[in-house]
Design a protein around this ligand. Structure first.
Ligand code: CP
Length: 340
């Protein structure tokens, strides 16, 4: 049985209550017992029952993170390779720790210190990693679609850790997990996503994920940063931040990607901060108890004021902790036998 199989050690077995219920069929009639695909490339094509399964599994994984000895033998003998072609603090570290806590072997490859600098293609790098016996490849890449390309060429499970301006599914899953934990559910919550929607893979994954789970999502930013097609994804598009914040249960502030601003998408950082930065006065428009989120890294004083980032509404550090639980869940589900 899953709850016995997954991890017995130290301070006692983890009991995956909801998942166990799924297995014995007491709740969630018709729910999945594993993910349908070998890879997690985005949330666009992931079903709601799969999202629930990941979040439920992450809830059990969070228990391990709270233990004094944060290690279980679940993925002993499995190998996780983290391949990052772009900088990362949160995603890479949490995938590495997630693998360690589950007793998998993990290796990190940075483009800058690998044979990529000698001109090796992504396909050849992937084939090399596969030949070395990886069970899971976690890939961050500046090109949208790169994880999909790798997934088609290797037998290992591929997890998209952010590809260009396409998707960042594990970030959206940890965002949903954080909101669900704090609010008790996602259905009918009003979620405002504010900032540089154009460049944001986080925004795309959050829109897919939150709308699938029944939340009402508004996106807001300068008109130059609102790409076409957002309504088709299920989002309500607003150019005025006050309109987006009014009655919001959750506010997700996005990083202004200053490294991608050569096109001059807004007149000045100061004006951007005035119109689209979250401060205490604007936060007062949201519902009492609204959650303030940010995927990080933050530009303090630009998209978010320090007093809001560190204030009582902020769950930004919780997001980071929950990211570890969500990534443990994904490694388990994709490498530990959780596929149908
Ligand atoms: N949110 C996020 O992806 O952060 P990192 O770039 O630090 O991984």
């Amino acid at each position: 049985m899953y709850s016995q199989e997954i991890m017995q050690r130290g301070e006692g077995p983890i009991v995956l209550k909801r998942r166990q219920s799924l297995l014995i069929g007491t709740v969630g009639e018709g729910s999945v017992m594993g993910l349908r695909k070998k890879d997690l490339l985005g949330l666009e094509h992931v079903e709601t029952d799969e999202i629930s399964l990941i979040l439920d599994t992450a809830a059990s994984m969070k228990e391990i993170i709270g233990r004094q000895i944060k290690k279980v033998p679940t993925l002993r003998g499995k190998t996780v390779v983290n391949v990052f072609y772009e900088p990362s603090t949160r995603t890479r570290t949490s995938f590495e720790l997630a693998a360690k806590y589950l007793s998998a072997d993990s290796v990190n490859i940075s483009a800058s210190t690998s044979s990529v600098v000698k001109g090796e293609s992504l396909k050849d790098t992937s084939a090399t990693i596969a030949a070395l016996g990886a069970d899971v490849v976690v890939l961050r890449h500046p090109m949208a679609g790169a994880p999909g390309l790798v997934a088609n060429t290797v037998k290992a499970a591929v997890i998209n850790a952010g590809d260009g301006a396409h998707e960042h599914p594990t970030q959206a899953l940890l965002d949903m997990f954080t909101v669900r934990e704090r609010k008790g559910g996602l259905e009918d919550l009003k979620v405002a996503i504010v900032g540089d929607i154009l460049h944001s893979r986080v925004a795309r994954s959050d829109i897919w994920g939150f709308t699938k789970m029944g939340a009402r999502v508004s996106v807001c930013g300068p008109s130059t940063m609102l790409p076409p097609g957002l309504e088709k994804m299920g989002a309500n598009v607003l150019e005025n931040m006050e309109d987006a914040l009014l009655g919001a249960d959750v506010i997700i502030m996005l990083r202004i990607q200053l490294e991608r601003q050569q096109q001059g998408l807004f007149p000045s950082v100061r004006e951007y901060a005035r119109l689209f930065g979250l401060n205490r006065e604007k936060l007062a428009l949201a519902r009492p108890g609204a959650l303030v989120m940010h995927p990080g890294p933050m530009n303090r004083g630009v998209e978010i004021s320090p007093e809001v980032a560190d204030g009582t509404h902020s769950v930004i550090n919780e997001q980071v902790t929950n990211g570890l639980a969500v990534r443990m869940a994904l490694l388990y589900l994709l490498a530990g036998g959780g596929t149908q």
